[in-house]
Each structure stands twice: as structure tokens, then as C-alpha cells.
Design a protein around this ligand. Structure first.
Ligand code: SAH
Length: 232
């Protein structure tokens, strides 16, 4: 059985042409990108390393990691997004290798083959996040790092990430996020530990709607980043 929700992929395919439009629905991903890139690079020093970006979409993070000198592979199951990612990489001259393959299949094909694995804002869109976490843990080399980001599940996250972002501020299309798929940091940490990963750090990503500025902080109530390591 494949670990994919076609309705979720459709949501992204419908707006795939806008991936690189910084004033589109993807604006928040563009705005948080320097923060998460810095977080990843602080732990993993990615220049010269092989990085797999799982659920890469149009390649916002993938390209930025390649621009820092990493050899990046991006995978997703939305073909339109991968096409946009490929075209953008041709235009920008920042080379990323994109593939349409389920992460579980890649893990069976090439276990322990990446120095670093990233999987951002993706777990909340799949039916079985544990299966993705396990596959990421299998794909990273012993001693390598795995990074996840997703949305916490509590009343504040529901109010800010769903009601606020989709209905009040109209930052995201309505229906972008399904609350029941949000993951508490403790749940994600347990999944990752079960997959053999060690937790390095959790950071919150905050958005101030007045200044419209994002920042990394210790408030993991809504959107958070997790750094993990596969023991060497
Ligand atoms: N990681 C990117 C995009 C996040 S949007 C970023 O943070 O900039 C979520 C992405 O997950 C979309 O590109 C969507 O197509 C992808 N996705 C959803 N379900 C998936 C699945 N089962 N396998 C792979 N990718 C999936």
C-alpha cells in the first residue's frame, strides 16, 4: 500500500506554477527558508555533503542547500512540482537532481547513502508519517543528520496555522492543512527514536503577524524544526 494521499498531492499540483512566486501561497515557505537553512547548516555543515530533500516541492530548500555547496537530490510525488523545480534549477544554474519516487522505495533502493536528510513541512500531508520517518532514518548514513519540520497539534496551532493563516490572513489556501495530521514534538521525537535516531534539538518557528517577521525561538507551540542524528 502506498503512503500517499492523492488529494494532498492535488492541492500542491493545482498551485505548482506558483512555487517560485514569493507573493503567492508559497510566501511563508520562502520567508522561513533562510531560517531553516541556517538551522540545518549549523548542525550539518552541508557544503560538500550529499543531501536528500524529501517532499521537496518546487525546490525552495533544495536549491538553497545546493547553492551552499551541497550535492542535493530532491524527491516528491507531485510531478508538476518536480517539473517546476527542474525548470527553476535550469534557469538559476543551481544544479539539483530531482526524482519522482516514494521515500520508502528510495530507502529500499539506496539505504545509508546520504550525509544529510531533510523533510520539511511534509509529514502533515501523509497518511503514515512514521513510515516516512523510518525511511529517512534508513536513508541517512550512520553519523549523519536528519531534519524534520511540521505543525504541532494543539488549540493554539489550530487557531494560528489553520484559522489564522487560512481564514483570517488568507496566507494559505483554505484546506491546505488537516489538523488531525499535525504532530506533537513528543510524538515526532518518539517516532524518530523508534527509527533509531537521537534527538539533537527542537526549535520553534514563530510568526509575528504585526511585523510579519519569522524567527527561530523556543516556542514550539505551532511550527517547529527538529534536528536528529543517526548514531555513528
Ligand atoms: N518541503 C518543501 C515543500 C513543503 S509542501 C518546503 O518546505 O519548501 C509539502 C510537499 O510535500 C509538497 O511538495 C507535496 O507534494 C509533498 N508531498 C505530499 N505528500 C507526499 C508524499 N506522500 N510523498 C512525497 N511528497 C509528498
Amino acid at each position: 500500500m502506498s503512503n500517499v494521499d492523492e488529494l494532498e498531492l492535488d492541492k500542491f499540483s493545482q498551485i505548482a506554477h506558483k512555487w517560485w512566486d514569493k507573493d503567492s501561497e508559497f510566501k511563508p515557505l520562502h520567508e522561513i527558508n533562510p531560517l531553516r537553512l541556517g538551522f540545518i547548516d549549523d548542525f550539518a555543515a552541508i557544503s560538500g555533503k550529499t543531501v536528500l530533500d524529501v517532499g521537496c516541492g518546487g525546490g525552495i530548500l533544495a536549491e538553497s542547500m545546493a547553492a551552499k555547496g551541497a550535492t542535493v537530490t530532491g524527491i516528491d510525488l507531485a510531478k508538476k512540482s518536480l517539473k517546476v523545480a527542474q525548470l527553476h534549477s535550469l534557469e538559476s544554474g543551481v544544479s539539483v537532481s530531482y526524482r519522482c519516487v516514494p521515500v520508502e522505495e528510495l530507502a529500499a533502493e539506496a539505504p545509508a547513502s546520504f550525509d544529510v536528510v531533510t523533510c520539511m513541512e511534509m509529514l502533515e500531508h501523509v497518511p503514515d508519517p512514521l513510515s516516512v520517518v523510518r525511511a529517512c532514518a534508513e536513508l541517512v548514513k550512520p553519523g549523519g543528520q536528519v531534519f524534520f519540520s511540521t505543525l504541532n497539534r494543539n488549540a493554539k496551532a489550530y487557531l494560528l496555522a489553520v484559522v489564522g493563516a487560512e481564514y483570517v490572513l488568507n496566507m494559505l489556501p483554505r484546506g491546505t492543512h488537516e489538523y488531525k495530521r499535525f504532530l506533537k514534538p513528543s510524538e515526532l521525537a518518539r517516532m524518530a527514536r523508534g527509527a533509531g535516531l537521537e534527538l539533537l534539538q527542537v526549535k520553534g518557528m514563530g510568526y509575528n503577524p504585526l511585523t510579519r517577521i519569522y524567527s527561530l525561538n523556543d516556542d514550539t507551540d505551532v511550527n517547529y524544526l527538529m534536528a536528529m542524528r543517526r548514531p555513528g
